[in-house]
Design a protein around this ligand. Structure first.
Ligand SMILES: *[C@@H]1O[C@H](CO)[C@@H](O)[C@H](O)[C@H]1NC(C)=O
Ligand SMILES: *[C@@H]1O[C@H](CO)[C@@H](O)[C@H](O)[C@H]1NC(C)=O
Ligand SMILES: *[C@@H]1O[C@H](CO)[C@@H](O)[C@H](O)[C@H]1NC(C)=O
Length: 277
């Protein structure tokens, strides 16, 4: 066998290395996109309280049928649904890079993070992402904290929402309405209630605290969920503790009519709710 007659001519080796390196870089980028969509916070520390609950008390069900849903959950208790829809295309469109490229100049309507969302502020989406999408300051009040959740412009953002597949379960006599948002680690809405609906996490994680309609929780409507978790939650006796669970990206939480709930985004999160009105 002639010298150098191994796998390739000597001059081809640097080229192969370049190809391998490029493929590896693309794969890394692909993984990062799939993992957090480029939304993970890279600045100074997120609050230490941002951890998952010790044990999730909400059932997780994969491939639940509509009749099981109606019989066991729709009118009686929350459930986390897995594998009902494939929103991988929508998820790809919700990466930081894609959303900013498509909607950076669009206005978004921000709401204060208190129970009765009093104040609304309009801001270009790019500015919201650049300046307000940071971790929640644990000492600031909910009525002084602005975040992007709901009040969406469905005509301007139609090219995005047309790719979202909502959970395929409807309830008799209800219509559906979407509410899309992106919010920093530690943000969330304090306790409130309304009609039934679904909430899907696209990127990040969202921790939920739930109480049945007859069990009004102890909370201050202008304090953040984070402040409640730090100040009130540790004082609750076991019988006064909420039902809780952290919803992971790709999962959907269903909450029945009039159930009290508060949310806490454990990471910078992208999420979409489908309300059944
Ligand atoms: C926020 O709520 C607190 C306490 O409820 C109140 O004292 C304060 O004035 C409110 N801030 C704003 C900006 O409305
Ligand atoms: C909450 O804040 C709003 C204004 O942001 C104020 O009007 C309201 O009185 C406050 N509520 C309580 C219970 O302090
Ligand atoms: C939605 O966006 C369009 C285009 O920018 C604008 O003309 C329209 O007023 C907006 N609608 C709402 C409800 O804000």
């Amino acid at each position: 066998m002639p010298r150098g007659g191994g796998l390739m001519a000597p001059g081809a080796r640097p080229l192969l290395l370049l190809v391998v390196w490029t493929l590896a870089a693309l794969a890394r980028r692909g993984l990062a996109e799939a993992g957090d969509g480029g939304w993970q916070w890279r600045g100074p520390g997120a609050p230490a309280a941002l951890t998952e609950e010790q044990s999730c008390a909400v059932e997780r069900r994969a491939d639940l049928s509509y009749s099981e849903f109606v019989q066991h959950y729709a009118f009686s208790r929350p459930v986390i649904l897995q594998g009902l829809t494939d929103n991988s295309r929508f998820r790809a469109l919700c990466s930081r890079e894609r959303l900013l490229a498509s909607f950076g100049d669009s206005m978004v309507r921000l709401s204060t993070a208190n129970t009765y969302s009093y104040r609304k502020v309009d801001l270009p989406f790019q500015e919201y992402v650049d300046h307000l999408l940071h971790p929640q300051d644990p000492t600031s009040l909910g009525n002084d904290t602005l975040y992007f959740f709901g009040d969406n412009n469905f005509s301007e953002w139609a090219s995005l929402f047309q790719h979202y597949s909502p959970p395929p379960f409807s309830l008799l006599g209800t219509t559906t309405a979407y509410s899309f948002g992106i919010a920093g680690a530690g943000s969330g809405v304090p306790f409130h209630w309304h009609g039934p609906g679904f909430s899907e996490v696209i990127y990040g994680r969202k921790r939920w605290f739930l109480y049945p309609p007859e069990k009004t929780p102890e909370f201050h409507p202008n304090k953040t969920t984070l402040a409640w978790l730090q100040d009130i939650y540790p004082t609750l006796v076991p019988s006064a503790k909420p039902l809780e669970c952290t919803v992971q990206a790709g999962e959907v939480l269903y909450f029945p009519d009039r159930w009290w709930h508060a949310t806490l985004n454990l990471d910078t999160s992208v999420f979409i709710s489908t309300f059944l009105n």
